[in-house]
Design a protein around this ligand. Structure first.
Ligand code: AMP
Length: 257
């Protein structure tokens, strides 16, 4: 049997990135630290971007935007930081997860709202994110339909999704002191050109320019470059293939047995 862990790619993060500022004895005893997730997908993004772009790709911001969503800062194949934490709840706003919020909210809801630990856990993991803000669904397609009809909560859900992704992307880029490549993947990242545009437009100050036609056409067509000629950063859509990565690991790990 071969176990391929979705956290293993992130084990190269430096101590400053993975350590939580909590008492050391508590962290040691309960193994509390940032582990990240989606590592198999982020690793695939690196492998493909490097294969396609060669020496032009050093500092990659990998954006896995699906029902679960996370970013990874990858420098020469090494993960420097990622947005998910001890669990996949941290980081970006997701389909039904709230992502990063003030951690004191948990204590506040238990103390003032009378919610149990289990109720808060369910609320943050299963009743939040796009579902909570749109008020209708965690499915980006449903929200897109209603947003195009002018539904204000659905418009806000998309604006928040893109804003929070942009903000945390800023911190990922800072953690590797720059970026030359951005890749989008997973259900929303591969299919929703408006989210990609909203996200990339926030980085115009960094020289990111996308080609609007290429961006609109890059749906289900395999790896595509969507940045405009002259963009300081190459932006791509690279459909993820976690199964390929897992099969590759199985082959590598069993080759000598
Ligand atoms: P994943 O977790 O990668 O399967 O992604 C699921 C998310 O991708 C859901 O929010 C879907 O609504 C979204 N998604 C899938 N297909 C599309 C599409 N064609 N356009 C927009 N969003 C999509």
């Amino acid at each position: 049997n071969v176990a391929v862990f979705d956290t293993s790619f992130h084990m190269t993060m430096p101590e400053v990135a993975y350590t939580y500022a909590l008492p050391k004895d508590v962290c040691d005893k309960y193994h509390v630290r940032k582990y990240g997730a989606h590592g198999t997908s982020h690793r695939y993004e690196w492998v493909m971007a490097k294969e396609i772009l060669g020496s032009r790709c050093h500092r990659l911001l990998s954006c896995h935007l699906g029902n679960g969503a996370s970013l990874a800062a990858i420098e020469d194949g090494v993960c420097r930081d990622t947005t998910m934490g001890l669990t996949p709840l941290d980081g970006l706003m997701m389909g039904t997860r709230c992502g990063s919020i003030d951690p004191a909210t948990v204590c506040y809801l238990q103390r003032e709202g009378g919610y149990s630990y289990q109720e808060v856990d369910d609320m943050m993991n299963k009743q939040s994110g796009l579902l909570a803000i749109s008020g209708i669904s965690n499915d980006a397609r449903d929200i897109r339909t209603r947003a195009s009809e002018g539904d204000e909560r659905c418009l806000l859900a998309f604006d928040m999704f893109a804003y929070k992704a942009m903000q945390q992307a800023g911190s990922m880029i800072a953690s590797m002191a720059g970026v030359d490549t951005i890749t989008f993947t997973a259900g929303i990242g591969e299919n929703d050109w408006s989210i990609r545009k909203a996200f990339c437009d926030c980085f115009e100050w960094l020289g990111v320019r996308i080609d609007n036609n290429k961006n609109r056409e890059a749906v289900g067509n395999g790896p595509q470059v969507i940045s405009a000629a002259g963009s300081a950063v190459t932006v791509m859509v690279i459909p993820t293939d976690e199964e390929y990565m897992i099969a590759h690991d199985v082959e590598r790990l069993t080759a000598n047995n």
